[in-house]
Design a protein around this ligand. Structure first.
Ligand SMILES: CC(C)(COP(=O)(O)OP(=O)(O)OC[C@H]1O[C@@H](n2cnc3c(N)ncnc32)[C@H](O)[C@@H]1OP(=O)(O)O)[C@@H](O)C(=O)NCCC(=O)NCCS
Length: 264
């Protein structure tokens, strides 16, 4: 483990060294374990497609995952919204996120993930401040966290203030089997100790995605969620002061990364 000061510098430079292993917590055996996981976060290029495809393979099923041409299209369309976290030792992709510019009115009307993720005419020039998260995949929570830490300063500089995403609700099928007469919305909006009942909604809640906008049937093929997708939205931390951040140099914003999570 690095001393704290050295860790701060490494994190500032986009490289975090944390004790873990490149295999990721839920994928024992797929990669050589390592006690020291060094994570590099960077914007994706076409050269990263093969490692990102491996990650897709590990985290998504056949009818869910992106293929090489979908990844290429996302990266070439929005290179500043396509981010990966890699193990610096093996080059393995540990987490990825893909986003696109969006508009409140359009995204709220889209009934399915495909509609939300589809490239719309004018997306390239959109200056809406609003994004849609097409996909988040991760085999290690530290890698996913490193991606958020990497992206928030860039988001503030670019003037992005809100991010929509469609979350599965993997606890739904099980809940319905025990509560067949209770509406799905009651589960989706249900809380225990101030946190959502559903594990994935709880995950996003902790990352700042707290507002439920819509509950969509047949949103995305996902058996445990009974194909239900919940459109949620989160604010980019500190984006209320965007007029200031546009004038602040990026490295200064990157140094503030701890503050972003206090402000969630
Ligand atoms: C969702 C995802 C990106 C989170 O990755 P991560 O930051 O590495 O975190 P983990 O997968 O360890 O999940 C963290 C916690 O969130 C909860 N969680 C998140 N997604 C979950 C899911 N689909 N089912 C059950 N629990 C889930 C778990 O409670 C887990 O808690 P644990 O520490 O007790 O295991 C990752 O699980 C993934 O790639 N899933 C498949 C693809 C997906 O669903 N992407 C998001 C679509 S919007």
């Amino acid at each position: 483990m690095l001393p704290v000061a050295e860790m701060e510098t490494a994190l500032k430079n986009g490289i975090a060294k944390v004790p873990d292993r490149c295999a990721g917590r839920h994928d024992v055996g797929a990669y050589n374990p390592s006690d020291d996981l060094e994570i590099e976060v960077r914007f994706l290029s076409l050269a990263d497609i093969s490692s990102v495809l491996e990650l897709e393979q590990r985290k998504w099923q056949d009818d869910q995952r992106a293929d090489a041409s979908m990844l290429a299209s996302r990266i070439t369309s929005f290179p500043a919204l396509s981010i990966g976290a890699f193990c610096t030792r093996t080059g393995t992709a540990l987490a990825s996120v893909f986003m696109k510019p969006a508009r409140h009115d359009i995204i709220r009307k889209c009934p399915t993930w495909e509609d939300c993720a589809r490239k719309q005419h004018g997306d390239e020039s959109a200056k809406t401040g609003v994004l849609f998260g097409i996909s988040l995949s991760s085999v290690d929570p530290k890698a996913a966290q490193a991606i958020f830490e990497f992206f928030w300063p860039h988001a503030l500089k670019a003037g992005w203030s809100e991010v929509y995403l469609g979350s599965p609700v993997p606890g739904l099928r099980n809940w319905i089997s025990k509560n067949p007469d209770i509406p799905v919305a009651q589960y989706v909006r249900g809380e225990r100790k101030g946190l959502p009942l559903d594990p994935q909604l709880r995950y996003y809640f902790k990352k700042g995605f707290r507002k439920i906008v819509a509950i969509n049937d047949n949103y995305f093929p996902h058996e445990p969620s009974l194909d239900v997708g919940v459109l949620i939205v989160g604010k980019v931390p500190l984006s209320g002061l965007s007029f200031i951040w546009k004038r602040v140099p990026l490295p200064w914003l990157q140094r503030m990364k701890k503050l972003f999570f206090v402000c969630l």
